[in-house]
Structure formats: C-alpha cells, structure tokens
Design a protein around this ligand. Structure first.
Ligand code: GDP
Ligand code: MN
Length: 355
C-alpha cells in the first residue's frame, strides 16, 4: 500500500521527525496566507517536474493556482486535495531512504548527498548504503553526516535514523523515502517530502490503517481497457447486473465497480478519478439503488467530481432509494439529468456514444 505524502508525513510526525507545517486544501475558497508551497496529493513521484509542486507568494494568485492544481492530472492521477506547507528556506537537499532488502533479509539505509528532483540523474556525488540490522543508529548517523558532508549535523542525523527505524518497523513499512531531506538555512533538518509503502500482508496487525490509497482499489475490476462505458454501482450484485446490462445493450463495459454500502464523497471521487485514467471511456453509467448509501451523498460526489475533474466523460445516472428526491433536485440544479430506470439510463448512454 502506497501512502500519500500527507499520510506519510503524519506518521513521521508521530515519531517526532520534523516535517514542515502544513494544512490540507480541498477547494479554492480556502483562506491561506502566502507564501506557501502547494503540493498535489497524488500517489506518484516526479510531481515537481509535472507541475504538482508550486510556490505561491502572491495572495491574489492563490485561488487560481489551487483550482489549476486540483484539475491537473499527474501521470493519470487527479488529486483529491493539496497540501499547503510553509515555505522553507533551503540550504541543501539530500536523499535518504530505508527499504527492506529481501535477498539480504535486512533493512537498508540508502543516502545520497544530492537530493531533490534531480537525484536519479546524479551519480558522481557521494552515496552510501548501510545495513541497519548490523550497524547501530549512532554509527549510521556518523556515516550519513560524512556522506552529506555535514559533520555539525551528526547528532541530528543519529537521532533521525533512530526515529526512522522505529517508525519503519512499527508500521511494517517496506519503503520509507525522504527526498528531499532539507537542511534549512537556519540549520534544521526537515523531511521535505515523504514516500511510504506499507506491507499489505501486515494489515491484520493494524486495525487503525485507514488510508486514502485503499478505497478506489477495493471492488474495482478492469474488464476491458478499451471499453466505452465505465460503470459505478453499489452492491456486488447490482454491479454485475449493470455490467451485463451494458453488454446486452451492445456497448462495451470497461470495468466493474461496487462502491459498497459505506460509500462516501471521497471514495466516490476516487472511483471517478480511477475511471478517468481509461483512454476510451465515452460515458459513465451510474446505477445506485440506495439503502445504506444515500442518494444525496452520491449526488454531492457527482457534483464535486464534475467541478474537480476537467475531462469527466458524460454521465448516465439512474438513482433510486434513500433520499432519492433530494438527490434528483440537487443534480437538476447543476444541470444533470437522472433516470429512474436502468433501461432509460442505458438508452441515454447509447445515444451519447452513437449520436
Ligand atoms: P516530487 O517532485 O514529487 O518529489 O515533490 P517534492 O515534494 O520532493 O518537491 C520537489 C521540489 O520542490 C523539492 O526538491 C524542492 O526543491 C522544491 N520544494 C518543495 N518544498 C519547498 C519549500 O518549502 N521551499 C522551496 N524553496 N522549495 C521547495
Ligand atoms: Mn520528492
């Protein structure tokens, strides 16, 4: 399981590992005070180069930058939120990672004296690999200080290695990467970015694990990468019936998705986001028979998705059940029509595809 940056940083903070002060942003009406750095919360690296990390100093540019970033898809991932952090004054950037080395049966520490966005292309600078099962944190910290050429940071680096190792083990991590580890002009070491992978096989030991990466993956099956119709339904039975009905109508279903009984705005948004990564989808069929899931909540998610996702394909929606009247009214206000039978909904889908 891949954590988002803000989730990984929250874990670091729990172990008193310094992170920049930050707050999550979900829409452009947020009142932030620049200067700030805005960071797209997507589960992939290389955001800096893709426009996913932007520094804002002018308050008047803040709303437009936020809405631009919320609609900018990075390597096929659209952020549900941004992380707004205090702007750090950077003296140097380093690379630091802990990872499980399965062949050696150890936890390895890897460090590079040049961090930041260019780290992979730099091989002439000093790097070090340390086996943390046979090397004490104190010795590892000394070797790090040597690698980074920062002898005055030896103590801080020793403390950092200690905390990182506890964090790594207690959370059953397989990877914990800090890139960049920032040395500020004030002489502090701060985790500027964090990528963390947790071992799915250890989930039973962590009933508290509730990460955003998880929901979209659950109950989502790709059927046909070049299918023209994406489907969203609640309940496995209704999900399968929806896929069958789409096929029976002579259309190609791209996926099966059961958003489940406990679906909320976030998980529905994550589902839309996943669907927009399919290249050939021309219409999304949404078939909700609401019981525990409430139609009005689905409607709110649909409206949020239309705002946030710039290239959202047209929707064909059939809603019935709990709070159905509110949902239809809310959607109608935003110009979205709904159908009360799946038959009519599919006819609408076919009209969209075949004109
Ligand atoms: P990534 O490209 O997805 O790895 O995103 P990062 O979070 O690592 O950010 C990329 C780069 O943005 C960093 O290497 C920094 O150079 C720059 N950056 C991030 N936060 C700050 C900050 O607070 N101040 C300044 N000046 N630069 C920052
Ligand atoms: Mn980074």
């Amino acid at each position: 399981m891949n954590l988002l940056e803000f989730e990984a940083k929250k874990l670091l903070q729990k172990y008193s590992i310094p992170i920049p002060k930050g707050v999550l942003v979900q829409d452009s009406s947020h009142t932030l005070i620049p200067p700030t750095v805005l960071k797209s919360q997507v589960p992939v690296g290389g955001r800096g180069k893709a426009g996913g990390v932007r520094i804002v100093t002018d308050p008047t540019l803040l709303p437009s930058t936020i809405s631009d970033m919320l609609t900018l898809s990075i390597k096929g991932h659209l952020p549900l939120r941004l992380l707004s952090e205090e702007l750090l004054s950077i003296k140097r950037e380093f690379y630091l990672a802990l990872l499980v080395d399965r062949s050696l049966g150890t936890i390895q520490l890897m460090a590079h004296s040049l961090g930041g966005v260019e780290v992979e292309s730099n091989d002439q600078d000093s790097y070090v690999t340390i086996d943390l099962l046979t090397t004490s944190s104190d010795v590892a910290g000394e070797q790090l200080a040597e690698c980074y050429k920062t002898p005055e940071q030896t103590f801080a680096l020793q403390e950092l290695v200690k905390k990182l190792l506890v964090c790594f083990k207690e959370n059953d991590a397989t990877l914990l990467e800090i890139n960049p580890l920032i040395l500020t002009t004030a002489g502090d070491l701060v985790a500027g970015d964090c990528k963390m992978e947790l071992d799915d096989a250890a989930a039973f030991r962590h009933p508290d694990w509730k990460f955003e990466a998880a929901p979209a993956e659950v109950n989502f099956v790709t059927l046909d990468e070049s299918g023209a119709v994406a489907t969203i339904a609640n309940g496995a039975g209704l999900g399968m019936a929806t896929v069958d009905a789409v096929a029976e109508y002579g259309l190609r279903p791209a996926n099966f998705l059961d958003i489940g009984g406990g679906a909320n705005t976030e998980s529905i948004l994550a589902a839309f986001q996943k669907i927009t990564t399919y290249p050939a989808v021309q219409v999304i069929v949404i078939n909700i028979f609401a019981g525990i899931t409430r139609c009005d909540e689905v409607a709110d998610a649909i409206i949020a998705a239309r705002k946030q996702i710039a290239n959202l394909p047209p929707l064909a929606i059939r809603l019935s059940g709990t709070n159905f009247e509110e949902a239809v009214a809310t959607l109608a206000e935003s110009g979205v029509t709904t159908f009360s039978s799946l038959e009519r909904c599919l006819k609408h889908a076919r009209d969209i595809i075949h004109g």
